[in-house]
Design a protein around this ligand. Structure first.
Ligand SMILES: C[S@@+](CC[C@H](N)C(=O)[O-])C[C@H]1O[C@@H](n2cnc3c(N)ncnc32)[C@H](O)[C@@H]1O
Length: 360
């Protein structure tokens, strides 16, 4: 047993079998040995590739979307965008590199739980204090003269948790699948909770009768997946992730939707090698608050201009190929990035889940 497994085993000896969510929480976020605290991350040099890590094109499309929402909201200044589960900050870098029209008003807040990943936000982004990001709205009656002394945007801030202020947009790419889940299983005509107990010196599943009731198979319990917290900031919430419905997940082998990853390979059983591999659970959309829209990533990217950005890249490549400079190479890579981001058997099948701004 590694040190983290030992810690879980001690808890089981004291309290009996513990909920799966508690083990997933420690496996991913224990400050000493958790996967994200100790070594894991998205990226080519990390453990799995996410859309922002494919290249800058994804962020350029998100920048287009931010401009659309900014204009639709009457071009507010400041325009507060919160990115939850920001990882090393790659999406933020690409959004800012795309220089959206809203940039002078933009307050971009990266929220990342892992201190180790948060430390990397400052490598490529000029970070400022939270006080700058949350300056009063220029249109507010109580907006005061001191705010005029603030620098213009973009102002970029890095935080460990969601700010307690209003935001116009909260966006999260592949965050919800990393939030701890409990598990229920229909077994021998009754519903049980899948807990984690001990089989000798090994962590193992223990089925405990549950008061909840499910019809068949195994299901995750996601309880809103953190969307209520994001919605409490008042703005549009946009969540991008692999998703399914609870009923469909119950009909599939559970190891298909509760997966582990390490160094770009599928990992081992979630209860082994605790803390050394990512544990991820597909998002059950019916367990989230009622959605405004649920769109395949490929369609969402097209609606926000990916094809035009690729076309623009082709033209730049044609003009600059003979120079072979960075601008030419980036332009050319848009074609392959778009293929990966819209692949219907891969990232293109991810779901973009949206909630319209709630009434303040
Ligand atoms: C799969 S990674 C995705 C990173 C990035 N969004 C991307 O697409 O490359 C999920 C990230 O969410 C972070 N995370 C998990 N729970 C969080 C929370 N409650 N608040 C902020 N960040 C969280 C993890 O530490 C991890 O860096």
């Amino acid at each position: 047993m590694n040190q983290l497994e030992q810690r879980v085993a001690d808890a089981i000896r004291r309290r009996g079998p513990v909920p799966f969510a508690e083990v997933m929480e420690l496996a991913l976020y224990d400050p000493d040995f958790g996967f994200y605290a100790a070594h894991g991350s998205a990226g080519r040099r990390g453990d799995f590739i996410t859309s922002p890590e494919v290249g800058p094109l994804f962020g350029a499309v998100v920048a287009n979307a931010l401009d659309t929402w900014w204009r639709a909201a009457g071009s507010p200044d400041p325009f507060v965008v919160v990115e939850a589960g920001a990882g090393v900050g790659t999406l933020a870098r690409s959004v800012l590199a795309a220089a959206p029209a809203c940039a002078p008003t933009l307050r971009y807040v990266l929220v990342e739980r892992s201190a180790r990943l948060r430390e990397r936000h400052g490598d490529y982004l000029a970070l400022e204090s939270a006080a700058h990001a949350f300056a009063p709205d220029r249109e507010d009656d109580d907006y005061d003269q001191r705010a005029l002394d603030l620098p213009t945007g973009p102002i970029v801030v890095s935080l460990s948790e969601l700010p307690r202020v209003g935001a116009h947009v909260v966006i999260a790419n592949e965050l919800l699948d990393n939030l701890p889940v409990d598990l229920l299983e229909h077994s021998d005509g009754r519903t049980c909770e899948v807990r984690v107990g001990l089989d000798g010196e090994r962590l193992s599943e223990v089925l405990i009768p549950s008061e909840l009731s499910i019809e068949t198979g195994r299901e995750p319990v996601q309880n809103g997946g953190g969307v209520h917290d994001a919605r409490s900031l008042g703005g549009r919430v946009v969540v991008i992730d692999y998703a399914d419905t609870t009923a469909s997940m119950a009909s599939r082998p559970w190891a298909d939707w509760l997966r582990t990853y390490r160094s770009h390979e599928r990992g081992s059983d979630p209860l082994t090698d605790l803390g050394t591999q990512d544990i991820t659970c597909e998002v059950a959309v019916d367990q989230l608050p009622p959605l405004t829209s649920n769109t395949a990533q490929a369609d969402w990217l097209r609606a926000h201009g990916i094809d035009e950005l690729v076309e623009e890249g082709r033209k730049v490549w044609a003009e600059r190929a003979h120079l072979g400079d960075l601008e030419a190479m980036q332009a050319r890579s848009r074609v392959s990035e778009a293929e990966a981001l819209t692949d219907p058997t891969g990232l293109g099948a991810f779901r973009v889940l949206e909630w319209e701004p709630s009434k303040r």
